[in-house]
Design a protein around this ligand. Structure first.
Ligand code: RP5
Ligand code: MG
Ligand code: MG
Length: 280
């Protein structure tokens, strides 16, 4: 049941747009909610129709192929076919209290990718064991988002026509290594260093994200991959982290259940911890 996209304040809205409140029991479309009066909100940035965003429904020359690969735009959901009512896609996870696109560019699914890069926490050459669980502590590369100050996986949007494996490494390099500020030579060196690690990723999640930007008609979906270095001395122990793009800070974060992270990221991290039999 999504909850972060039912919180009262819609993110990034200058005039503090408030969602129509959807109680827990009224989220599903199949539950009657006669008094449901969602607020119609699409940010001014999106209404200006930048190249990466869709046009208004009904606009001249805009004939989207819902549930299909539409040219370079993937309008398919990872969760199967979504409903389209009166020409408008419906959030497969139910009501959010906002109609329109909010600050998301695409109607329907907006596709992202999340690289979960992990290593074991060390004390000298030994793994650090948590006293309570008696399990070793895993660390992941976490960034602090500029938009809301929350810690998150350094994920980002899949560019039109881009393959997800490219997005995963590109976003990691932009947000956690600040590749924008690298020379071409430095960038190729970093790519070469990460090549092996990023060639052995494991998919840990694919589907809907409970992102605070979601609306009834536009929502985030992601593919999350874990890139883990089991050695206790590989590249991940010498990598120079530097925040860039969406990120104002970056660090190796210890994994444990006290973590509070952006959107559904805590769930992805829990999956990774279980997979490696690490402390949670
Ligand atoms: C989340 O938003 C995804 O899980 C991904 O981490 C992120 C992508 O959006 P931006 O970081 O580009 O804003 O839903
Ligand atoms: Mg990014
Ligand atoms: Mg990002």
């Amino acid at each position: 049941m999504h909850s972060k996209c039912r919180e009262p304040d819609y993110p990034k809205s200058q005039n503090k747009v408030k969602r129509f409140q959807v109680p827990y029991g009224k989220v599903e479309w199949t539950t009657d909610f006669h008094d449901y009066k969602p607020v119609n909100y699409t940010s001014t940035a999106i209404l200006k129709s930048p190249a990466w965003a869709d046009k208004l429904i009904g606009a001249e020359g805009f004939s989207p192929l819902w549930n299909k690969l539409d040219g370079n735009t993937d309008r398919r959901s990872h969760e199967g076919e979504y409903e389209v009512i009166d020409g408008v896609p419906q959030n497969p996870h139910g009501r959010t209290g906002i109609i329109g696109r909010g600050c998301l560019g695409k109607w329907g699914p907006n596709h992202a990718a999340d690289p979960v890069v992990t290593r074991w926490k060390l004390d000298g050459e030994e793994k650090v064991i948590n006293e309570k669980s008696q399990l070793p502590i895993l660390q992941f590369v976490s960034i602090k988002r500029w938009d809301n100050g929350q810690w998150a996986i350094p994920g980002g949007m899949v560019d039109p026509g881009e393959v997800v494996t490219t997005t995963l490494q590109r976003e990691f390099m932009e947000e956690a290594l600040n590749s924008y500020e690298m020379t071409d030579v430095q960038k190729s060196e970093a790519e070469a260093q990460l090549k092996e690690l990023f060639s052995k990723g494991e998919e840990i999640y694919k589907g809907y994200v409970d992102d605070p930007r979601n609306t009834d008609n536009a929502w985030m979906e992601t593919v999350a991959f874990n890139f883990h270095d089991p050695s206790l001395k590989g590249i991940l122990y010498s990598l120079k982290l530097q925040a860039g793009d969406d990120a104002q800070a970056v660090k190796w974060m210890d994994i444990g259940q006290e973590l509070g992270l952006y959107a559904s990221h805590r769930d992805f991290i829990e999956t990774v911890a279980q997979k490696h039999k690490a402390h949670w």
